[in-house]
Write a protein that binds this ligand. Structure first.
Ligand SMILES: [Zn+2]
Ligand SMILES: [Zn+2]
Length: 400
């Protein structure tokens, strides 16, 4: 790594995984955190000193479910589109990002994965949030749960197809609806590649979730959205009523999930409920944000710019033509502020759900995710109202 002057952040409240540390000093050297302590710490002479002015020093946010921003969808499949979205999310405090596929053709998915690989390989601070890997999300959704994704690009998993995606070495999170033919083989392949394995856009039963769990599935995408429920099980199997994905996640301590806390998808009591039931080490905040992030209200495509499905942004959230929600249009800073305001969760828990928990669940917690000695200096200066003031990735400030 290029040698840099030590970076020292002073005069802020550090947000640790389990508590707040007032009057903190965070010393970073060569892109890593060297110490986190109180203000009595000696400051190296050649240091670049950054004054938090009484705000917060937070770990950078990690987003495991995100489609795009500022006009670009990762599925546009070009390095320029990938960079535009990563820069937009860095402005909202995301320092580590897992670009997320939608449904689409093999060619479209391949172009998306290759573009992300190209940007990852040549990453510099000017590119914004750092890509850790791709979330292979579409196309393996249940036909009755595609949501706002294009139905044409949906299919069941075939080894011949997904083996190519896994061979890229880029896939770190892998989603498949558990009831699809071939789902278990897909989960086992994803486990071989050390992915966080998730079941999403699914109408799976308890029994299907149990089999998926045995094959390595440990996570469910956007809780309460595009997933099964007791009433949907009743439609599938009549009586006796059966448990669904929701009960499986709530009953199983090894299962994690995520919420879209934009204030439009879920009411405050559902956010509170999810946090109380799962705790901060099994619940994550995701943006699930699309290309309309930081753009004015209007009509946009979800997925590729050529044949993605249309949705309407009203400036707060996306709407599909059938009146259902079509993912969010805000960044992680908004999710953090809303969750902190709408629930009784303490601030350190809210930040954990947007940093350390996603790092742990994706296997990168040794490198990033919290203000701890030895980790990458991925950090944020937040104002007292949790607005993002400055963003650092590996100790370098992101200004783009
Ligand atoms: Zn979704
Ligand atoms: Zn999504």
């Amino acid at each position: 790594m290029r040698r840099m002057n030590p970076l020292v952040l002073i005069n802020g409240t550090a947000i640790l995984p389990d508590r707040l540390l007032p009057d903190a000093t965070v010393v970073c050297r060569d892109g890593c955190i060297e110490s986190v302590g109180t203000k009595s710490k000696r400051i190296p002479k050649d240091a670049t000193v950054v004054d938090a002015r009484g705000g917060y020093i937070s770990p950078g946010f990690i987003d495991i479910h995100v489609h795009g921003g500022e006009g670009a969808d990762f599925m546009d499949g070009t390095p320029d589109a990938v960079r535009a979205a990563c820069r937009a999310h860095a402005r909202h405090g995301t320092t580590t990002i897992f670009p997320t596929t939608t449904t689409g053709s093999v060619e479209q998915l391949t172009a998306m994965i290759e573009s992300c690989a190209a940007v990852k390989l040549t990453w510099s601070a000017a590119d914004g949030a750092r890509i850790e890997g791709v979330h292979l999300y579409g196309p393996y959704f249940a036909p009755d749960k595609v949501g706002c994704h294009s139905l044409k690009g949906r299919r069941s998993p075939e080894a011949e197809e997904y083996a190519r995606y896994f061979a890229s070495g880029m896939i770190k999170i892998a989603t498949c609806a558990a009831e699809l033919p071939g789902a278990e083989a897909f989960y086992r392949a994803a486990r071989k590649h050390r992915c966080l394995i998730t079941c999403g856009h699914s109408n799976a039963s308890w029994g299907e979730m149990q089999r998926a769990f045995k094959a390595g599935m440990r996570h469910v995408d956007h809780f309460w959205c595009a997933m099964s429920s007791v009433p949907s099980m009743r439609q599938r199997f009549n009586v006796p009523m059966q448990a669904s994905m929701a009960e499986f996640v709530l009953a199983n301590a090894d299962m994690s999930t995520e919420v879209i806390a934009d204030g439009c998808h879920l009411a405050p009591e559902l956010l509170e409920f999810a946090w109380r039931m799962k705790g901060a080490s099994r619940l994550m905040l995701v943006t699930d944000s699309n290309r309309a992030l930081d753009l004015p209200p209007g009509k946009y495509r979800f997925g590729t710019k050529d044949d993605g499905s249309w949705f309407q942004s009203d400036g707060k959230v996306g709407w599909a033509p059938n009146g259902s929600l079509a993912s969010s249009i805000v960044g992680m800073d908004h999710m953090v502020r809303h969750f902190a305001k709408a629930t009784s969760a303490p601030l350190h828990d809210v930040i954990r759900m947007a940093s350390l928990t996603p790092a742990e669940r994706t296997g990168i917690a040794k490198q990033t995710g919290s203000l701890e000695k030895g980790k990458r200096a991925d950090l944020l200066l937040l104002g007292r109202r949790l607005e993002v003031r400055r963003t650092f990735v590996g100790g370098e400030e992101i200004t783009s």
